[in-house]
Design a protein around this ligand. Structure first.
Ligand code: C2O
Length: 582
């Protein structure tokens, strides 16, 4: 194993002075009252700052694994810039597209209350930004704090167009866990030797899955288990005895990942920008789209330790099974010291996966309550299926597809949110069924006949402020597989999950309605089901899809139309002037 680097080749990503209590609050005494009032009256409150970013979408040559290729980037950076905001801030991101592809950016996990215009999925809430054009995403960050991320939301461009979002709590509000000395983002990704769009196009012509990636990456770097990675190893320098907050993001396209640090345990404190009841673990599981923040104490003998990630796959489906590594490097330790590898769970360790997910609980404190809907207005049951449709020009005369309730979603040519807002007929229908067309033994023996799906741009309409329970049921159509489902515009509560077929008579009695994990992306277990609940209090058109890019592309997606409420402040905001035309 080759693991010698000079430290100036590492990207050491350490930010000091986080969350310091401003002196202003400590000095506030009655005698200062009028002075303070004068300041508050003149300027916006300190918790509503305006943050502006410029994102230039540009193609850049980047070299990994001994090959250089042009990739689409933001500002020439890979991964792209981290967006730092504070709860309550207004965020303006001016995106200018200099690449040959049409582009849109999604702010994954930001709720965008009444403001789907700033959500980003192409042809769902906006038409993409065409080459040479700009669009400013105008986002207000309310009621969320922690780690999220942003990514391109068209084609497979998110392979290289992604970055972390850090939402600091309001200045007066400390973390509900011990203040770390410092923090760093750990963004997990996937890398292909070849041009990703070409790989995908070729596969679609054949009707087959594209080849899997050639490496995983941590902050864009594959690490020393891969060739030519001397310059492409991420290292995090730590001081002995200090605690660090690692903000871990899974930006991979198709792989759920295990992550661990040699000899160091991790305390999970937040997922998808929601605080959790802290628990300690040797390894964690993170699906594409999810984020996990952990506290790590540099409490081992000063040395160099590998952080490592590799896929979890418990279905008979090929994946890129290679291990990415980065280095946790104690200050003062020379780069000649060989790091040790952590023990990751076995790639098919279902038991670890189920057990890990069962430990996730909302913090549910008086300050951060878990407002789980207790009464359900609308019960939805969606089956997840793979399938095969006719394709005369494809290799076998068929092409692979994926569906929800046997419907393969067809992308429209204009944005669904515009079509809804302006009442444009003929773009979509609102008859997405609440149940599968015919019940069957979903998770019995593999089903390999009658694999055709129905095509359509069909949405499900939800009344404003109604409470929804959605059971996502995996099936054995072609194969069982675990599917990370992401809902735009909302967080939901994961009230239950199980293996086999969901039993509407027995399973609801076992739901956790007290402190279930609240998140925006949840893994439906292989050959099992997951039940989520949310309140449809955000009017707009909201995409829901499997966050495996392969399955999204094959049609494993749909959208909800959440109607306006009665009051103006319960209605969709008017669209911005610079909203891209189709
Ligand atoms: Cu992170 Cu619709 O995606």
């Amino acid at each position: 194993m080759e693991a010698t680097h000079s430290s100036n080749e590492h990207s050491i990503n350490v930010h000091h002075h986080i969350g310091a209590m401003p002196m202003f609050y400590r000095l506030a005494k009655p005698c200062l009252f009028f002075f303070i009032c004068a300041i508050i009256c003149l300027v916006p409150p300190a918790d509503a700052a305006l943050k502006t970013y410029n994102f230039d979408i540009q193609v850049k040559n980047v070299s990994r694994l001994c090959h250089a290729k042009p990739i689409v980037t933001v500002n020439g950076m890979f991964p792209g810039p981290t967006v730092y905001i504070r709860e309550g801030d207004q965020l303006l991101v001016n995106v200018t597209n200099h690449a040959q592809y049409n582009v849109s950016i999604h702010w994954h996990g930001l709720k965008q209350y009444r403001n789907g215009w700033a959500d980003g999925p192409a042809y769902i809430t906006q038409c993409p930004i065409q080459t040479g054009n700009s669009y400013t995403y105008n986002i207000t960050v309310t009621g969320q704090r922690g780690t999220l991320w942003w990514h391109a939301h068209i084609l497979w461009l998110r392979a290289t167009v992604y970055g972390a979002i850090v939402i600091m709590p309001k200045e007066v509000t400390p973390f509900p866990f011990p203040q770390p000395y410092s923090e760093a983002s750990i963004v997990l990704g996937e890398w292909w030797h070849a041009d990703v769009e070409t790989v995908v196009k070729t596969a679609n012509k054949l009707g087959l899955p594209p080849q899997s990636s050639d490496a995983h990456t941590i902050n864009g770097k594959p690490g020393p288990l891969f060739p030519c990675s001397e310059k492409h190893t991420f290292a995090l320098e730590v001081e002995s005895g200090k605690a660090y907050l690692l903000r871990i993001v899974n930006a991979a396209l198709n792989d759920e990942l295990f992550f661990a640090i040699a000899s160091h345990s991790m305390t999970v404190v937040e997922i998808d920008a929601v605080y959790t009841k802290p628990f300690t673990t040797q390894a964690l599981l993170i699906a594409p789209g999810q984020t996990t923040s952990v506290l790590v104490k540099a409490d081992q003998s000063p040395s160099r330790y590998f952080m490592a990630a590799r896929p979890f796959m418990d279905a008979p489906i090929p994946v890129d099974n290679k291990t990415v590594t980065a280095i946790l490097q104690y200050k003062g330790i020379p780069n000649t010291v060989l790091p040790t590898l952590p023990q990751l769970p076995a790639p098919n360790d279902t038991k670890f996966a189920l057990n890990y997910n069962s430990k996730l609980r909302s913090l549910d404190s008086p300050q951060f309550p878990a407002n789980v809907p207790l009464k359900v207005d609308r019960h939805l049951f969606y089956t997840i299926g793979l399938g095969q449709n006719m394709c005369p020009t494809c290799l076998n005369g068929t092409q692979l597809a994926a569906s929800l309730n046997n419907i393969t979603f067809v992308m429209p040519k204009v944005g669904l949110l515009q079509a809804h807002y302006y009442n444009i007929a003929g773009v979509f229908r609102t008859d997405f069924p609440d149940n599968p067309p015919t019940p069957f033994n979903y998770t019995g023996a593999p089903l390999t006949a009658n694999l055709g799906t129905t095509l359509g741009t069909r949405l499900s309409k939800l009344a404003f402020n109604s409470t929804v329970e959605l059971v996502l049921q995996d099936t054995n159509l072609l194969s069982v597989e675990s599917h990370p489902f992401h809902l735009h515009g909302f967080n939901f509560f994961v009230v239950g999950s199980g293996i086999g077929n969901f039993d509407p008579k027995k399973d609801p009695a076992k739901f956790n309605l007290v402190d279930p994990p609240e998140r925006n992306t949840v893994g439906v277990p292989t050959g099992g089901w997951t039940a989520i609940r949310f309140r449809a209090d955000n009017p707009g058109v909201w995409f829901m899809h499997c966050h495996l890019e392969l399955h999204t592309m094959w049609g494993l997606k749909m959208a909800f139309v959440v109607e306006n409420g009665k009051l103006p402040e319960e209605s969709i905001l008017s669209p911005p002037k610079d909203l891209p035309p189709c």
